[in-house]
Design a protein around this ligand. Sequence first.
Ligand code: SF4
Ligand code: SF4
Length: 55
Amino acid sequence: MAYQISDECIACGACADGCPVNAISEGDGKYVIDADACIDCGACAGTCPVGAPQA
Ligand code: SF4
Ligand code: SF4
């Protein structure tokens, strides 16, 4: 089960820089995680200022 980014995302981009497999990209108004690439490391959840990435 990959992480998903909720609508709380403020599109700051911090998580994308920290993802070890580059699974995060900018979407329409928020960032999105490629579920096929995500390895569930949890780094994005730890980096996000608003807690938007959730397992
Ligand atoms: Fe990237 Fe890890 Fe977040 Fe998955 S859980 S999107 S691999 S930082
Ligand atoms: Fe959105 Fe959080 Fe990623 Fe910033 S760190 S782009 S607020 S999910």
